[in-house]
Ligand binder design. Structure first.
Ligand code: XMP
Length: 509
């Protein structure tokens, strides 16, 4: 394993993902993990991340100083390099020029770290401070026009520093550099493969579950489907799945989950048809947060009731992913919790009375997809756009009524169908229709109409924290609009949402 010590970097997760792309397992840990704990974790190498502070600043995050004597290879990135150099006596202070963005980098003395990297290449810089001298201990491996020590190596120890960010894609040969560090310098063999990870997890799950029964909630989304597939691989018919059809799912969604389930898992499935109950409680409610609260609470009630009807169930499986674990501060070795708004609708509370199993808690989303494919889940399932827990209720602005949901469902299916036909479904990371709470005037034949308006939303994003509105070609927008207006009764106008996040959000409510 490689440990990334996180000094508050925006890109610590990116570093971990890049290392895993080299088939080397990698975890993010808090910056001040003690050397005793590091020894216990027995990593092959340490990467010190960047960070927003100045190494000489008061209260700046510092590692346990003894890490530099551990005789484990260390790669410091940006702030991490400044820490490493300063620990060996170099001076760090504000550079003459702050450097942000793409910069040409010249290799002076490459060595193992730069094997396979051309003499000239583009790197991504983002720093105000820089290392001012090499002390007696370092050699410069690469330079840029304004940064004489863009990459350094300790004379006698395996301590390396990069002032630029190899983890971002703008650094042309960043993957090669990280690969050289983890494979050549740390000696990792690169044996971390999804198929083997699945095997290990399957064995752990079998051991933990024994002869007991595990309940897994299915939502139709990637994470819950992959959890179910992995558990099925491990414990077969000891798995029971529950799908709550709250009447707020997309067109054909409950059916497609059931079909996919029956094709792949020969085990116990409980479909709870609860549409009436949800719609009754939602009647007359227009406030988005109230909708969320009602749906969240009902979901827990319905799920709990069904789960209690399953005898001898001991465990509840959840699709918690690695970013959730890091960001919630749930891992005692992990970096401290960052403040982040969490949507908790569609989740289950801890006090449901089951032991929790979270088999995806070491994985990033793209790794979950890879696992799904490895476990033979269909591609449509693995690449499905995320869908919020409160479902169509937060896309049916204003009151949530059965006939309004039906209008929205039909329009939404057309949006998805046209994007898929245009080959854009995967590139667009999330797309849907929204039913607005207003009517607009139209003309049909000789008659004036006063009908509903549909807004179409499509975004490009990596992490759903920020997003750009997607530039759907006009022809595709045209087809979406024509089909909706001609086929969905009661709609006479379609608009396209051209707002990015921030300041807008992806959903309208
Ligand atoms: P926003 O609208 O905040 O959405 O930009 C970001 C992502 O989160 C999804 N989302 C939710 N997911 N329960 C969920 O499980 C919710 O209440 C909820 N609200 C938004 C949204 O679909 C997008 O992917």
């Amino acid at each position: 394993v490689i440990l990334v010590l996180d000094f508050g970097s925006q890109t610590a997760q990116l570093i971990a993902r890049r290392v895993r792309e080299q088939h080397v397992f990698c975890q993010i840990v808090r910056h001040d993990l003690t050397v005793e704990r590091i020894r216990e974790l027995n990593p092959r190498g340490l990467i010190l991340s960047g960070g927003p502070a100045s190494v000489y600043g008061e209260n700046s995050p510092q590692p346990d100083p003894a890490i530099f004597d551990l005789e484990i290879p260390i790669l410091g990135i940006c702030y991490g390099m400044q820490l490493a150099c300063r620990s060996q006596g170099s001076e760090v202070s504000p550079g003459q020029h702050r450097e942000f963005g793409r910069t040409a980098c010249h290799v002076v003395e490459g060595g193992d770290l730069f094997a396979g990297v051309p003499e000239e290449s583009i790197v991504w810089m983002s720093h105000g401070d820089q290392v001012q001298d090499l002390s007696d201990h370092f050699t410069a491996l690469a330079t840029t026009d304004t940064c004489p020590f863009a990459a350094v190596k300790h004379h006698t120890r395996e301590i390396y520093g990069l002032q630029f960010h190899p983890e971002v894609t703008h650094t042309e040969h960043g993957g090669t550099l990280l690969g050289n560090f983890v494979r050549t310098i740390c000696g990792c063999t690169g044996g971390w493969r999804m198929s083997e990870f699945i095997q290990q997890e399957v064995e752990l799950l079998r051991e933990r579950v024994g002869n007991n029964r595990v309940i897994c909630g299915l939502s139709g989304g990637v994470d819950s489907s992959v959890v179910a597939a992995l558990l099925y691989e491990a414990i077969g018919s000891q798995l029971s799945c529950i799908l709550v059809d709250n009447g707020l799912l997309r067109a054909g969604e409950a059916e497609s989950v059931v079909t996919c389930f029956q094709d792949h898992f020969k085990t116990d499935l409980h479909v709870v048809r609860a549409e009436e109950l949800f719609l009754k409680e939602l009647a007359g409610v227009t406030d988005p947060q109230r909708k969320r609260k009602i749906i969240g609470k009902l979901f827990i009630d319905v799920f709990r009731k069904e789960a209690e009807s399953i005898p001898d169930a001991t465990f509840l499986a959840q699709g918690t992913l690695y970013p959730d674990v890091i960001e919630s501060g749930a891992d005692p070795d992990g970096p401290a919790a960052t403040i982040k708004a969490h949507h908790n609708v569609g989740g289950l509370p801890a006090e449901l009375g089951f032991e929790l199993i979270e088999p995806l808690r070491d994985l990033f989303k793209d790794e979950v997809r890879a696992m799904g494919l490895e476990l033979n889940l269909p591609e449509e399932m693995v690449w499905r756009h995320p869908f919020p827990g409160p479902g169509l209720a937060v896309r049916c602005l204003g009151e949530v009524r059965k006939e309004r949901l039906e209008t929205l469902r039909e329009a939404d299916a057309i949006v998805i169908d046209e994007l898929t036909k245009a080959g854009l479904y995967r590139e667009v990371r999330q797309a849907f229709a929204v039913l607005l709470p207003i009517q607009s005037v139209g003309v049909m034949g000789d008659d004036r109409t006063y009908d509903d308006v549909i807004a179409v939303r499509a975004v490009a994003t990596d992490d759903f924290m920020t997003a750009d509105w997607f530039h759907v070609p006009y022809e595709v927008l045209g087809r979406i609009s024509t089909r909706i207006i001609n086929n969905v009764r009661g709609v006479n106008r379609v608009t396209y949402d051209i707002s990015s996040k921030p300041p807008s959000t992806i959903e309208w409510e």
